[in-house]
Design a protein around this ligand. Structure first.
Ligand code: NAD
Length: 367
């Protein structure tokens, strides 16, 4: 029988394993249940450091390839996020295809839980887009491999305070690099998005005497920041023209793009949102060229995964907070490597993650 070298085959002919080869994914599980209409993909990118952990996202994807691309990209991102955060976790993610409003019910979620359970702990699930803690409670009926449960179920509850604290310390480390001092007192900070993380961050910034400008599409959240933390309000039109020191994206991804970068005058970008760089390579280089210190999002917002990790260990919030405090040193190290090697900060962060996986992988092989 002729052996086909898949690496030489065009991706179009090998759209599944061909894609897995590209970023070295370990395992992809396709799940189907005709009775409930459940269609899901679980992707395990890397389990060298520990079981793969990452949320389940439910989305009405246009087609299966879109779902596969998403789960492969997201699971790989989780490997890097956990590795650089110093956690003993690998990277995984699940996507459920379909409209949550039409499909999600107890049987549907329990069926998904059975699929997660069938992997014997190699993949641990958690909340993500269109999945909430109540859904996790239902999934938990069929599997123990769930994290991010509510406090009432012995879980860690809302991770946002831990995430916000991680953003805050990362911002301080970035300030130390930019200004020689990590004090944020008097620094002009723009916070975009005042959700669970953004508002907590504003509270830290206010306590330290930062000058805060905010924007959120939700007027109530804006009023809360103004009333409680003396924030000034801006608009989406004016936001990137402001004279600011630090930009903290805490709402959406892809806000660092050609348009915002043509205007932004800040010295630091450090916020909670995922996938802040519209095009990682292009805009990662562009921020560097502009002399802006960009604290990589997956380093900055690791408080969420740190929190979920400690739930697996028997949750104590102080331990999660202490670990999140380490994001200060991690950020600092990344900024030093990026400066010394003249590389974008996200590349420096990736290198730290890859080195840790390679090093730990080596000792795991030894007797
Ligand atoms: P959230 O849903 O509580 O808050 C998001 C806020 O952004 C809301 O107040 C919303 O009104 C606002 N918003 C939406 N569109 C906006 C726009 N165009 N301009 C300005 N504001 C807008 O979310 P969160 O938990 O605070 O998380 C914030 C970001 O951080 C998200 O991107 C999330 O993926 C990421 N993140 C969160 C955690 C966590 O622990 N919660 C962990 C890692 C990453």
């Amino acid at each position: 029988m002729e052996v086909v070298d898949i690496k030489k085959s065009p991706l179009a002919e090998n759209p599944v394993i061909g894609q897995m080869l590209q970023y070295n994914h370990e395992q992809v599980v396709f799940c189907n249940d005709n009775e409930t209409g459940l269609k899901a993909i679980i992707a395990i990118h890397n389990t060298v450091l520990g079981p793969s952990l990452g949320g389940t996202r439910m989305w009405n994807y246009n087609n299966e390839m879109e779902a596969l691309n998403d789960v492969l990209r997201l699971s790989r991102g989780m490997t890097y996020k956990s590795a650089v955060a110093g956690l003993n976790l690998g990277g995984g993610k699940a996507v459920i295809i379909g409209d949550p409003k039409k499909l999600k019910n107890e049987v549907f979620l329990r069926r998904f839980g059975k699929f997660v359970n069938s992997l014997g702990g190699k993949y641990i699930t958690a909340e993500d887009v269109a999945m909430n803690s109540h859904d996790m409670e239902i999934i938990k009926m069929e599997t123990d491999f769930v994290s991010g449960l509510p406090v009432s179920m012995g879980g860690s509850g809302d991770p946002s305070p831990v995430t916000a604290y991680g953003v805050y310390v990362s911002m301080k480390a970035s300030a130390k690099e930019a200004y020689g001092s990590d004090s944020l007192s008097g620094k002009k900070v723009l916070v975009q998005g005042l959700g669970n993380v953004g508002m907590n961050l504003v509270q830290h910034l206010h306590s330290e005497g930062a000058v805060i400008t905010v924007y959120d599409i939700n007027e109530e959240r804006v009023k809360m920041a103004v009333d409680n933390f003396k924030a000034t309000v801006t608009t989406p039109e004016k936001m990137f023209d402001l004279d600011i020191d630090i930009y903290a994206p805490c709402a959406l991804g892809a806000t660092i793009n050609d348009e915002s970068l043509s205007k932004l005058k800040c010295k630091i970008i450090c916020g909670a949102a995922n996938n802040q760089l519209a095009d990682e390579k292009k805009h990662g280089e562009a921020v560097k060229a502009k002399g802006i210190i960009y604290a990589p999002d997956f380093v900055v917002n690791a408080g969420g995964i740190i929190n979920v990790f400690y739930e697996l260990e028997g949750y104590v919030r102080e331990r999660a907070m202490k670990h999140a405090e380490g994001i200060y040193n991690t950020t600092w190290n990344i900024l030093q490597i990026a400066k010394n090697e003249n590389i974008p900060t996200y590349v420096a962060a990736n290198r730290i993650a890859e080195k840790r996986i390679a090093d730990i992988g080596r000792i795991k092989m030894s007797l």
